[in-house]
Design a protein around this ligand. Sequence first.
Ligand SMILES: *Cc1c(COP(=O)(O)O)cnc(C)c1O
Length: 408
Amino acid sequence: MKPLGPIPAGFAIIDGELAIAGRKASDLVVEAGVTPLFVYSGALIKRRVADLYAALPSRVALNFAMKANPYGPVLQLMSELVDGFDIASAGELKLALAAGVAANRISFAGPGKRTDELEAAIQAGVTLNLESEGEAVRALEAGHRLGVTPRLAIRVNPSFDLKGSGMKMGGGAKQFGVDAERVPAMAREVIASGAEWRGFHIFAGSQALSAAAIIETQAQALALAAELAEVSGAPLPHCNLGGGIGIPYFPGDEPVDLAAVGQALGEALENVPQALKYTQFCVELGRYLVGEAGVYLTRIVDRKVSHGEIFLVVDGGLHHQLAASGNFGTVVRRNYPVAIASRFDAEPSEAASIVGCLCTPLDRLAEKGHFPRAEVGDLVAVFCAGAYGASASPAQFLGHGPAPEMLI
Ligand SMILES: *Cc1c(COP(=O)(O)O)cnc(C)c1O
């Protein structure tokens, strides 16, 4: 038997079944007309955003990193809830604009921006977080060609990283950002070019659960921003402090102490040096805003036994839930929170592995979990499916195609 990850708060039981935003899993499947499917709870997204605004100092804006969930209705909802959007491609720019996000609320980070992507962003009036000196030259040239003043910030590759984070994106040699020691010279050039100077973007990692680590990283980011601003020779209009607040996926994971993070950031901001006195700050979060609000529902199509082990084979799999299968940036496979949605109130009675329908041994959604006895036709719920699910999985693999998504 292997433990399962913790089921996020906010779900209920109705008639013995899992209920999402007050609606039974089986009713949602009937409405969709098909399994598997993704269901996102608007109420849980709103609650999460409200908790963040309550915890963060009022001087800090909140951005949604839309790569976590680019589903149109989620973007529209998020557009009403948060201050800004972080995008990482011209494709995401289109989706954000189509969802009604004003261009002046959008910033565009990411290595390898093509010239046509830079042009689209400059034309629209989006802030570019420059990832290199070469990109700065191309952005300035594009601005001249278009006759539009580009809005430019520099993404800094800090010398620190977010401790305990699932994905390190700062510290040492990286494809992201510009090494901190080269930033002042580059900032002076960008400012002198006549571009609209927007400041710094300092992102040091993702998926951390330790408030202490997040607090330490934010303090380091503030200190670095102050130092770079002082030697850049201009007031710092804006500073994106990164994000990194993670969600519990695995057995033993605990939620981040958000109040502690907010309080420490508030105290740090009260004591900033002169160079940051008038700076606007933001944090950028993806999975923390949407991850726990999403559930992937899939149906058991076969129940079989091999060498005494029970396998529940479902009609979904890693083509929609690559991360839950353990194949999206994890070193050791551990179980996500997974449950039998159609017997959500039943006591566990047997060990079973829930596997997907793909013809590869990688396709495991739960390994030797403790579940109530489930039969063909029962529904399985994979939780934490609101981020890096539908859009971060190889939907075309083996010809299955994407799963429908629903925001309720
Ligand atoms: C991926 C990414 C995020 C979002 O990360 P989460 O772990 O989903 O919060 C934020 N900022 C940048 C620059 C990213 O690349």
